[in-house]
Design a protein around this ligand. Sequence first.
Ligand SMILES: CC1(C)CC(=O)N(CC(=O)N2CCC(N3N=C(c4ccc(OC(F)F)c(OC(F)F)c4)[C@H]4CC=CC[C@H]4C3=O)CC2)C(=O)C1
Ligand SMILES: [Mg+2]
Ligand SMILES: [Zn+2]
Length: 373
Amino acid sequence: SMDTIPRFGTETPHEAKLAELMDNIDAWGLNIFDVHNYSQSHSLTSVMYTIFKKRNLIETFRISPQKLINYLVTLESHYLDVPYHCSIHAADVTQAIHVLLLIPSFENTFTDLEILAALFAAAIHDVDHPGVTNQYLINSDNELALMYNDTSVLENHSLAVAFKLLQNEDCDFIENLSDEQRKILRQISIDMVLATDMSKHGAIMQTIQSFHQSLKAKQCKDSNSNSSTNDSLVLTEQKERVQLLREMLHCADLSNPTKHLSIYTQWVDRIMDEFHYQGDRERSAGMPISPMCNRRTADIEMAQIGFIQAIVEPLWQMWAQLVYPHCQQMLDNIDSNRQWYEYQISNRSSRNNTSDKTTSQSHDSKEQDKLKG
Ligand SMILES: CC1(C)CC(=O)N(CC(=O)N2CCC(N3N=C(c4ccc(OC(F)F)c(OC(F)F)c4)[C@H]4CC=CC[C@H]4C3=O)CC2)C(=O)C1
Ligand SMILES: [Mg+2]
Ligand SMILES: [Zn+2]
């Protein structure tokens, strides 16, 4: 019954502190690492449960709170203890897409079912990730590459694991959706999670420009019909709405550089740990070492500047243009974060001590304040 369900979905002695953090569930600045610590390492369960309650999805889809929590706790336990692709990343991406869906441009864009599917896709998108890339699984003849014929191996695997868990009677929180609704939820989730495969990034960037231009054209036409300038985007085709959700999850998956430096550098340390561990395995197996995976030649700052310039900034600029002025904070953070890494490189040469270049410099506020000038 309801009274046995804790406020944030999981028992914790720090409920008051968690409540304080959850007050920021709608904010880009939420510290997901604090949520993880104060929720007894149940950040994914507590973030998803809080968002579902806040969005009234439990009533709308007649979800059993206990089954929802059973599913979330089970899903969370199927994220592995790897440095980056763990349950905190899933909680981070879920909370990010929740905030992106709150942008006024999307006030009347998505149906409740599409919102349910988007949050579900974010929560499941990396479940059971082994902490190595698709390329590594393919090069090492891994069982998973065999199973999925070298195609979006990790993404297919996460989808299969997530839907398998739903077949457990106690976890089937979507039992009261109609067959048609379950079909649509499954269709949208598969589409969105498969689009998080970075090998699809080029295709997304190809179509995003013309797609957004067509949306803006429609938006202007609509706004002529009524006064408010900042119309929410109205998309009549489900196909177009799913394309927007696919881009949104991809943005959320590539959102680390859009966060405050103190959060961003923690994600950098984690991804580099994961990549370097993969590089160690490639080296000892005599395999070619993947880009950014060789801890002996790693230039973490250069890699971040390249990652931002090649991938993150172009994508977020497209996104910010579509929802102008609502994502300026993300663009500002990308810019100041890139500048901070450039600053790290510039004062390497002047630094006379032999600093250890293989660990990313955990920032200190003094340097950051200097940047602010
Ligand atoms: C070497 C370059 C100068 C030129 C270049 O081609 N690329 C791209 C590249 O080499 N890629 C593409 C992205 C891949 N990738 N990388 C992730 C990731 C996450 C957080 C990161 O840091 C921070 F934000 F926490 C990060 O930093 C990066 F510098 F490593 C990378 C994930 C993104 C989504 C899905 C799964 C992870 C995934 O598939 C890895 C291969 C460059 O990045 C720079
Ligand atoms: Mg992934
Ligand atoms: Zn991810």
